[in-house]
Design a protein around this ligand. Structure first.
Ligand SMILES: [Zn+2]
Length: 102
């Protein structure tokens, strides 16, 4: 291998290193942006009704905390809460909810 060939390879190697670094930085920047966007979304939507945008209030009903909309009276369950309330007997959770709005 001639010395010139070796240095060309070296240049290529470093150029590739620079490109790889740039790609990595860009990917990290994208991830940081995505995280920032998600954080912004969470802040914007947290405890707001997904249908009408009004404030949700958290109420506890038979041991389950549910979010209800003060405007459209929608009811939102967090993950796992449906399983929690569906195990309750008829005349329990669901009639409590219906009494809330009557
Ligand atoms: Zn609503």
């Amino acid at each position: 291998m001639s010395p010139q060939k070796a240095s060309e390879n070296e240049e290529e190697y470093f150029a590739r290193q620079v490109i790889e670094k740039k790609k990595k930085d860009a990917a990290e920047q994208d991830a940081a942006m995505a995280e920032a966007d998600q954080q912004q979304l969470r802040e914007l939507h947290y405890m707001h009704c997904p249908k009408c945008g009004h404030d949700l209030v958290e109420i506890e009903l038979l041991g389950t905390k549910i979010d209800t909309c003060t405007q459209c009276q929608g009811i939102w369950l967090d993950a796992g809460e449906l399983e929690q309330v569906s195990g309750q007997s008829e005349g329990g959770f669901f009639s409590s909810i219906s009494r809330l709005f009557t």
